[in-house]
Design a protein. Sequence first.
Length: 554
Amino acid sequence: MVPMGGSILCFANNSSTLFAGGKGGVFRSTDNGASWQAMNSGLTNLYVSSLAVNGNSLFAGTISSGVFRSTDNGATWQTANNGLTSINVWSLVVSGTTLFAGTMEGGVFRSTDNGATWKATGLTSSFVQSLAVSGTTLFAATYTDGLFRSTDNGVTWQAVENGLTNINILSFVVSGSTLFVGTNGGGVFRTTDNGATWQATSAGLTSTSVQSLAVSGSTLFAGTSGGVFRSTDNGAIWQAANSGLTNTFVKSITVSGTTLFAGGNGVFRSSDNGATWQATSNGLTSTSVQSLAVSGTTLFAGTGSTPGGIFRSTDNGTTWQATSSGLTNTSVQSFAVSGTTLFAGGIGVFRSTDNGTTWQAAGLTNRDVISLTVSGTTLFAGAGTGGGIFRSTDNGMTWQSAGLTNSAVYSLAVIGTTLFAGTSDGVFRSTDNGTTWQTTSTGLTNIYVLSFTVSGSTLFAGTGGGIFRSTDNGTTWQAASSNLMNSAVYSLVVKGATLYAGTRSGVFRSTDNGISWQTMSNGLTNTYVGSLAISGTTLFAGTLGSGVFKVGIR
């Protein structure tokens, strides 16, 4: 197993109990964050993106497994997905006694019976990243379609973007009669007329990717990719508030009484209105392995968060050693190997020339690098937050934009001199080293392309809706997921003529070029497999919550 800390994406309060959700499941604190206990019994998916409290019930929204409900303060969980046709749940909110879920593919769903059943609302086609309630008005922020408002409990929706120059909205907060939104790259906007008009309000905000917002009394807080900022004048002016915050990529903020909590790579707590912060992650452990790579006979695992980083094994995964010297950000989502140089992507790119013993920053320090690949002597990096592809021809010393600036790039692959990008908008192809791109998604019925692998001249794409295969260099695609038990495919690898797929229901194998699949998850105690790697005759599976597993293959 690989030890690591918790990547915290969301918070919820229930009376005097604080809950934190992230890539290691749900954690509970009853002593104001001093200590935490994992609360994952029955929670079969540990990628928790959202939390909400409705009366005596706690709800957890997960990526690829829908909604879970607990009626005993998080001690046990049961699925609550009846009628929920989209199971990638990014946001949850309660309005009165009605629960709303914002999903990746299906828009907003509504439950009026405490999660027992769900029905689609009038917003059906958008990727809804965040939800907020202001009085009796419901707001939904989408990934590419802007902001929507509903005044009839989600039955109908209207676009509300007048003055909102950045429509990629990541966060909401309500302060009195004022609604604030945090955007991806555009800072903070404010409305005092229920979303009819908006004004930019980001003076002093030096980091404009605003992941989270919170209000404590008359003070407004913004969690950004560059730390926490604070405003005491309703957002007119912001000041950095990062003293003691050793990791400044803040994905979530919440207030419990007079205490402020910031979640990112671990949890930090402030009892003086953000003036100073203290780490408070005792007991907050996670075994969330986001990426795997093989360099020679050495295996590398990239983990979710503090004190994680990169772990190395030189004995085929039997033992692991932390090897993160010089790695200033410990959430490692991607790897690439170029000769004897190893690259790691997280918040920025890092480079090691001594087999992972030490690392040096190699640019893109303001980007969430979730995919890396090498084509000849060129290194490509795909970004999640902010989107786009970047290219380096000098071993990561300098970078230039290589297009696709509006798409999150989950995966990259190379066939010969052709580069492929798997994005939130389908597959793109470049034949001129990333200078220009053409969309190439014909036959691809799911456009969230999470993984690639190449077998000979055949390209396989793992998507949020199964596996697709192309035999004509990506021009057309055919479904290749017959009897595959899980639809979302996070990782693909190939050895010889055998193809392996990592899903949230374990690992599957195909020996007939994707025509049929067989499960091979015996002994895999956590079936949420986010990464795969092959070293010799061993297949390694990195799970989101239980470390690394291995199995012998032919």
